[in-house]
Design a binder for this molecule. Sequence first.
Ligand code: PMP
Length: 390
Amino acid sequence: MSYLFPNYGRWPIRITKGEGNYLWDEAGNRYLDLVSGIAVTSLGNVPHRVKVKVQEQLNTLWHCSNLFEIPIQEKLAEKLVSLTCGDRAFFCNSGAEANEAAIKLARRYAQKIKKQDRYEVITFEQSFHGRTLATLTATGQAKVKDGFAPLPDGFMTVPYNDAAALRAAITDKTCAVMLELVQGEGGVNPASPAFVEQVQALCAEHDLLLIVDEVQTGIGRTGKWFAYQHYNIEPDIITMAKGLGSGFPIGAIVGKEKLAEAFGPGTHGTTFGGNPLACSSGLATLETMEEEGYLARVAEMGAYFMAKLEQLSAVRPEIVGVRGKGLMLGVELAFEVADVIAKMRERGILLLQAGPNVLRLLPPFTVETEEIDRAIAALDDVLNTVTHTV
Ligand code: PMP
C-alpha cells in the first residue's frame, strides 16, 4: 500500500542514495544511471562545486519574494543571456512552467504590443512540452491528453520535419511556433537542418515568434549550450529546466528584448521562481560546465557512445537504428523495449524508454568510456536473452 497517487509507472526499486554516475537502492545495490534522472543530474549526483555554492547560499538567503531585486537572479540571468541569443530571463520551477510562460508571452506580445488578434501556437507531432493544461495541449502525443478534456483553444499540431505542412497550417491567428530540436520523449528524433532553417524562414515571413523547447536538449546535453546553436537560427524564446539546476528544481525562459514590454509588472509570475537556492545551483552548474570544459566532453563522449552503438547495431539485427546528438541518444529496436530496459536494470544499468521501440540514453556528462563499454556489453548480452521476432 502506498500513500502516493499511482501516476508514475514506478520501477520496483527504492532509491536512497546518489553519488557520481550511480544510484543505490535500499538493499545496497548499485545502478549506473545512464539517464541522469532524465537529463537533470548532468554533472553527476551531486557535483561538489554546485553543492558548495548551494550550501553557501543556504547560509545567507534561502528565499526572498520577487517584491525585491535579488542579485543571484540577476547573475544567473546575465549568464544565460551571455550563452544565448536572448536578452531577458524569467525564472520558474519546471519545464512545463517555462513553456507555459513562453506561450503566455507569445500571446501577450501579439495582442498587447503588436495589437494583433492572434493566439494560436503551432507545435509538432510526437513533441512533448509538459503536463499542465496548456502544455499538454501543445504536446503532439494523444496519450498525454487522454481524459483531460476540455483542453484550451489555440493549439495546432503538424508533422515534424515537414516544412510544407507547417506552411499550410499557418493562419492569420498564428502567433508562434514551438519546436524541440531533438524530440526527447517522442523517440530521440533530431530535426533536420533544412527543416529548422525553413521553420525560422516561415516565422520571419509570417511574423511569428519561434520558441525552442530546450527543456531536455539545453544546458549542454547535445554538445552545445543549446541545441539551436547547431543550426543557423536565432529563436525569439528559449525554454529550459532539467539540467539547469543539476537536480535543484528550476525552469527558465530567455527571450529577445522586443518581448520585455509584454511581460510588464503584474502580468506573470510565480512565488518560487528565481528562488536563491535554485539560482545558485543554476549559476554553479553553468560555471562548472564552462570552467571544466564539459561541452567538449559531451561531444567527445557522445561520439564515443554513438560509435559503440553503431558497432553493436552492425552485428545485431534487433537494432533498427541509432540516432541522437551529443549525450542524447536513441536506439530503435525491432520490438518493444520494456523487457530490455527491465533486464538492463537487473544488470545494474538504468535506461529509459521513448516511444514503444526506442531505448533512450541521457548519460551524465561525467560518464567514463569504461562505463559506456560496460553498458554496450550488457545490452549485447540482454539482446540475446529477450524473446522477440525480428
Ligand atoms: N519539454 C520537454 C522537451 C521535456 O522533455 C519535458 C520533460 N520531459 C518538459 C517539457 C516538461 O518538463 P517538466 O517535467 O519539468 O515540467
